[in-house]
Ligand binder design. Structure first.
Ligand SMILES: [Zn+2]
Length: 455
């Protein structure tokens, strides 16, 4: 297939915008990129999809999300509003996750996947919790991902907050799914080993996770897929870690063997210089989720410092909408306000996290070909964007066009691995109306169970 008559926005090493450009898709990959006239002449027999002058861009990548949180939308939290992050966890998330049963797990994922396709987010790294339905939960999400046709890496968050048996069931689910993914036919699915956060993990459980992780090749070694955990999201995580172990969170996690070039630490807001040094030296991934951080009032991660020092920081959404450009914009704005300096967090810092580093993070899970760029050999994960600039648009000023001009509603078509998931705003793999109707029915029952758990 040739996608012609587009502004091909390559990102990646070439980082150019090819006016009246085209690209050729064969199977799951891009095989040629260039001028429309040249590609039409070179491939006269190909099916042609005319982009009509739209931008053709790599699909967005989300480095950390929670499909399971979808049913929180519009839900009332009984009693006094939570006054800090631990209260938000206790009153909202740790009750909502316990109210989820099997079908809820699947539909929470499906509604997020609809949202991702519509907003042009083609790769998602999810972190799942459903303590009342642990065993097999990742298969339910995997089914939803396969129906959607998106690319996703999944894990189950191990925690001690549902007792020793809950922790062991979480470990078993990670191990089971890591093996299942290796045997699974679907190359769009990947896995890592999930843990909640230092503050809900005892020394024994951490050790069990690392032992199970390495035995299922989830450790840092070749062929493994690493760990995915929240770290230093609130100050409570540091206080708890010091109380339990006499060590700060990053030191505690490093000492047991959680860190490494395939592991993801979400947030890392309250980390000091020596913890950053460990993150850099171990090549550990950090993800930044400013919308969630603002909502929870937990602070702002020192991502500019981390980037300057060579820490690999990507961008996630922590369960907020899969409109990743909204997360880009928040990242661009919040550091300016936080530091009282409009020079902070420039457009290139945002691109480095959201495009370059997220692409490299995705490569941990899909090592065979590049994502996040349009180049021969890269996966054909791309979007068409109906954006007509009224000022000059170049590869150099593209970040500011995105930050100030792009809306996710401009995404008209979404392709993953060479397959259209949305064309001209029509979803091709998922039935949004039917999914939303079923989700409304299921979520009403989830809200009811949530209130009963609260009583
Ligand atoms: Zn999270």
């Amino acid at each position: 297939m040739l996608i012609t008559n587009g502004k091909i926005t390559t990102f990646g090493e070439t980082n150019e915008i090819i006016e009246n450009g085209a690209l050729r898709v064969e199977g799951s990959r891009i095989t040629d990129v260039g001028d429309t006239a040249r590609l039409k002449a070179a491939y006269p027999q190909e099916e042609i999809v005319d982009a009509g002058g739209q931008l053709v861009m790599p699909g967005n990548i989300c480095g950390h999300t929670h499909f399971y949180g979808a049913f929180a939308r519009g839900m009332a939290i009984p009693g006094e509003p939570p006054r800090d992050f631990p209260e938000i966890l206790g009153k909202l998330w740790w009750r909502l996750d316990r109210a989820l049963l099997e079908e809820d797990v699947k539909y929470s994922a499906l509604v997020c996947l609809v949202d991702a396709i519509k907003h042009g987010t083609t790769t998602l790294i999810d972190h799942h919790a459903s303590p009342a339905a642990i065993n097999g939960s990742l298969d339910l999400i995997a089914e939803a991902v396969a129906e959607a046709g998106l690319r996703a890496s999944l894990c189950y968050e191990v925690t001690d907050r549902n007792g020793r048996s809950g922790a062991q069931a979480g470990i078993a689910e990670n191990v089971r799914f890591l093996h299942a993914v290796q045997e699974r036919e679907n190359p769009l699915l990947a896995a890592s080993f999930g843990l909640h956060a230092s503050l809900t993990l005892s020394a024994e459980t951490l050790a069990d996770c690392v032992a199970a992780g390495f035995s299922s090749q989830a450790g840092g070694g070749e062929g493994g897929s690493g760990f995915h955990i929240h770290a230093a999201e609130g100050i409570a995580d540091q206080e708890d870690s010091l109380r339990r172990s006499g060590k700060r969170v990053i030191h505690r996690l490093h000492e047991v063997g959680i860190l490494g070039p395939k592991s993801i630490l979400a947030h890392c807001i309250h980390v000091d210089a020596w913890e950053m040094e460990i993150l850099r030296d171990t090549g550990t991934w950090v993800t930044h989720q400013p919308r969630s951080n603002m909502n929870n009032a937990v602070g702002v991660a020192p991502v500019e410092t981390m980037l300057r020092g060579g820490i690999k920081v990507g961008l996630g959404n922590d369960g907020f909408s899969n409109n990743m450009w909204a997360e880009w914009k928040t990242a661009y704005l919040v550091h300016k306000l936080w530091h009282g300096d409009p020079r902070r967090a420039g457009g290139y810092d945002i691109i480095q996290m959201a495009v370059d580093n997220n692409a490299a993070l995705a490569r941990v899970f899909w090592p065979d070909a590049p994502l996040g760029e349009l180049a021969p050999g890269a996966y054909a994960d791309l979007i068409l964007v109906d954006y007509h600039p009224f000022t000059e648009l170049t590869a150099g000023n593209l970040p500011w066009h995105i930050l100030f001009g792009f809306e996710a509603s401009a995404v008209t078509s979404t392709m993953v691995a060479g397959k259209w998931l949305m064309r001209d705003r029509v979803l091709l793999t998922l039935d949004e109306m039917a999914i939303a109707a079923k989700a409304r029915e299921l979520s009403a029952a989830v809200w009811q169970r949530y209130v009963e758990l609260d009583a």
